[in-house]
Write a protein that binds this ligand. Structure first.
Ligand code: AMP
Ligand code: MG
Length: 335
């Protein structure tokens, strides 16, 4: 039987509402992104933003799908991981709708949702996934019933690091796309810290080094911002590529999926595509609309979860800001 799910994304800057059916047809995708005027994301400000906007976003999504809440069969929400105060808003709205309209509810892990929407949109079955965003940097693949993590950042997520550097350089948020444009104008590589520990990555030393380059006396004499942007991308993306390649060699997966907001970067795509080809794996980039945070990925993963193990009881819908994707069994997939 076909079911229709409404998914609520609320882990960080995006408040998203997606509506999709169990055949994988997207009925609506409305996302509203909070952009800080200065500095990074303050959980309380993001919470206020989501509080002020959620009603409008839900109504817009329902209107766009030409559907009413009575026709929704499942409410899914992002339960983990993310900023506590922000996760709470999504959970509260989901619980309220579930109880008022007597609709089953499921809590979804945001990182798993990125993989599942990627599998759906790119029509891939069993990929190795590089998920790179403002809040996450994870190399994962399905093994032994779970999405195992083969590599991850030990400190800053890649997108956060790019945005922080951009802020120091006087560029507006989000910094990633601006760094990509600047980097196109340079081939002058400045040596920077390259830190891969086992299968994990550390970006904080790299970030600090670029900050020093901006403040140094030689800045705008011996090198410029374009050279730093280029060197930063080459170093950070080579680190990501090394770890992804080793995970690919280990898992022998035949498909590679690149997702998250940073997946938009053409240079990163080029590097990951190159190592995919070297290992005879098919390379896919998740379409931009579904690579960034969105409500559809939560709704879709909610359907998979609900069909495999039913809805959650209310006391199971508590938020889990730190929960890892490899902690969660994936009963909808077989070995
Ligand atoms: P997300 O957290 O998935 O919504 O992705 C947002 C992150 O993606 C921010 O850190 C952006 O700076 C980054 N981003 C977006 N476009 C690009 C790009 N073309 N190159 C590098 N980073 C990007
Ligand atoms: Mg995300």
């Amino acid at each position: 039987m076909k079911i229709i799910a409404l998914g609520i994304e609320s882990t960080a800057h995006t408040f998203g509402v997606g509506i999709i059916d169990s055949k994988g047809i997207v009925r609506a995708s409305i996302n509203n992104v909070y952009i800080p005027e200065v500095g990074g994301l303050h959980p309380v400000q993001v919470r206020e933003h989501h509080m002020n906007n959620f009603k409008e976003i839900i109504l817009k999504a329902l209107r766009s799908a030409h559907i009413s809440l009575n026709q929704i069969d499942l409410i899914a929400f992002s339960q983990s991981p993310g900023l506590g105060p922000v996760l709470k808003i999504g959970a509260l709205i989901a619980r309220t709708l579930s109880q008022l309209y007597d609709i089953p509810i499921v809590g979804v892990n945001h990182c798993i949702a990125h993989v599942e929407i990627g599998r759906l949109m790119c029509k891939v079955d069993d990929p190795l996934t590089l998920y790179v965003s403002g809040g996450n940097t994870i190399v994962s693949a399905f093994e032994s019933g779970r999405y195992q993590i083969f590599g991850e950042t030990l400190d800053l997520p890649i997108g956060n690091m790019l945005d922080s550097f951009a802020r120091d350089a006087g560029l507006t948020h989000p910094g990633g796309p601006k760094i990509e444009q600047l980097a196109l104008n340079s081939k002058n590589y400045l040596p920077l810290p390259y830190v891969v520990k086992g299968m994990d990555l550390s970006f904080s030393g790299l970030y600090t080094a670029t900050k020093h380059l901006i403040m140094a006396e030689e800045f705008n004499k011996k090198y410029n911002l374009e050279d730093i942007a280029y060197s930063l991308q080459e170093t950070a993306f080579a680190m990501l590529t090394e770890v992804t390649e080793r995970a690919l060699a280990h898992t022998k997966k035949e498909e590679v999926l690149l997702t998250g907001g940073v997946a938009a970067n053409k240079r990163l795509q080029e590097m990951i595509e190159y190592i995919s080809m070297e290992h005879d794996a098919k390379f896919h980039v998740v379409p931009l609309k579904y690579a960034g945070d969105n409500g559809v990925m939560i709704a879709w993963t909610g359907i998979l979860q609900y069909q495999a193990r039913g809805g959650d009881e209310l006391d199971q819908t508590i938020i889990k800001p730190k929960e890892r994707m490899d902690n969660i069994p994936i009963p909808w997939r077989s070995e």
